[in-house]
Design a protein around this ligand. Structure first.
Ligand SMILES: [Zn+2]
Length: 189
């Protein structure tokens, strides 16, 4: 598994990856959420730790691995519901990072109230921004990087990159995965 795989609008995946998937929990609709094995194990450790610190603001899984055909279904559902506005919030099939099994969307249950898309001001999420690198995760679509990533700020979407040291470097230097991969390719030329 290439943990630095870049999937975005310019770098679509043409076929589903062969992944070793594990269950990382259930979402609010009581459906299992899956991730690539090492990413999932690390995520579960991270959520255990954050949930011990903030018991009244439980961080839960919302969406993990999605196949290309699942993304087609989701897009179709929102197109029927909202028309072309759906394209603003649902990635085109083949361009979603969720196809890699390395991305997770989290939600928060704050004092018993379910917040599907947290805003990022929650104490538990603030802790995750500061500490996710220790578990090999980065906040994938940070504020101010919309033009580079091609996505609006998503305070709920984390991405496993396999190496905590690298995740720390990226956080410290305020680098997105796009910028990191571009830099790396430049230095190889
Ligand atoms: Zn996501």
């Amino acid at each position: 598994m290439d943990y630095l795989i870049l999937v975005n609008k310019e770098n679509p995946l043409y076929t589903n990856l062969k992944l070793d998937l594990i269950k990382v929990g259930k979402n609010h609709d009581n459906e299992y959420v899956y991730m690539e094995k090492l990413a999932g194990l690390s995520l579960m450790r991270m959520l255990d730790d954050v949930n011990k610190l903030f018991p009244f603001e439980k961080v839960v899984v919302n969406s993990g691995y999605r196949s290309i055909s699942k993304q087609e279904e989701i897009l179709k559902y929102y197109l029927e519901k909202e028309g072309s506005k759906a394209y603003e919030r649902v990635a085109l099939p083949k361009t979603s990072e969720h196809h890699t099994g390395l991305a997770i969307d989290v939600s928060v249950i704050k004092n018993g109230i379910y917040i599907e898309d947290p805003t990022g001001i929650e104490e538990s999420l603030k802790w995750l921004y500061e500490n996710a690198y220790k578990y090999g995760f980065i906040l994938r679509y940070p504020l101010g990087k919309e033009s580079i990533c091609g996505y609006m700020y998503e305070p709920w979407h984390f991405r496993y990159i396999g190496f905590s040291k690298l995740a720390f470097e990226m956080k410290k230097n305020n680098l997105t995965l796009e910028e990191y991969v571009l830099e790396k390719n430049k230095s190889l030329q």
